[in-house]
Design a protein. Structure first.
Length: 240
């Protein structure tokens, strides 16, 4: 079982080190950093305080898409309300779901930059929004504190939940889903169903739809086959 912590655009290297320490406290070791401002860095090593081995093993990715390409389930942490509704899970619910999905492949819990959090484009690559219940008049948490809360819930689930049975067919990975979304957007643009000047709003809604469905690898292959079968018909109409 692999539960990955992904930090996107971290600006303070100390938070990377503190995150590594929080992860090691709770038995997690898979850390991926997406475009950190400063890494490696002496402040990260100092704040790791015994978890320097996690920093040594941390991987740096250029994009979130790259960081989660092999994951079968991805949840993005956010305290902000979004204009398009995402499935929302508390930290405890997300830990429970992550443990269940990790039987089929790697899962990722994603945290955004300290000041702005995850963008809508980042969340579009997640199946759910993860939130930590806090006092409504003071909801801001330090990045490493947020990671500590979520990894604690993962550790509690590990201690109390029996290993789920393996799925007959593994879920589609984030990378496979991105290929599908790219294929779908290309066809919708070609058919003029999608407005080329503003494709993102509708595509975000479609991503939410398929995220709720949680398609497996076979189902995504079927959908890709359907799209491929429609593409020649679309080209034929263009030439008529």
């Amino acid at each position: 079982m692999t539960i990955r912590i992904v930090l996107v655009g971290t600006t303070h290297p100390g938070n990377i080190g503190a995150t590594a320490r929080a992860m090691k406290n709770m038995g997690l070791r898979d850390l991926v950093l997406v475009a950190p401002r400063s890494f490696p860095h002496e402040e990260a090593s100092a704040r790791a305080s015994g978890a320097e081995d996690l920093l040594d093993g941390a991987r740096v990715a250029a994009t979130l898409e790259e960081a989660v390409a092999d994951c079968v389930w991805v949840a993005g942490a956010s305290a902000r309300q979004r204009s398009i509704a995402w499935p929302e899970l508390s930290a405890r619910e997300a830990a429970d779901k992550a443990m269940a999905e990790s039987a089929a492949g790697p899962v990722a819990l994603v945290f955004g930059p300290e000041k702005s959090g995850l963008s809508n484009d980042d969340l579009a690559r997640c199946q759910a929004l993860l939130y930590i219940p806090t006092a409504p008049d003071f909801s801001s948490l330090n990045l490493a504190m947020a990671v500590q809360v979520v990894t604690y819930e993962v550790q509690m689930q590990r201690a109390s939940v029996r290993e789920p049975p393996p799925r007959e067919v593994r879920p589609a990975t984030a990378g496979e889903m991105e290929h599908f979304y790219g294929h779908l957007e290309e066809l919708l643009l070609a058919s003029r169903f999608l407005d080329p000047d503003n494709p993102r709003h509708l595509m975000r809604r479609l991503r939410r739809l398929f995220a709720r469905a949680e398609p497996d690898r076979n189902e995504i292959n079927i959908l890709r086959g359907i799209l491929a079968s429609l593409a020649p018909a679309e080209r034929t109409r263009e030439h008529d």
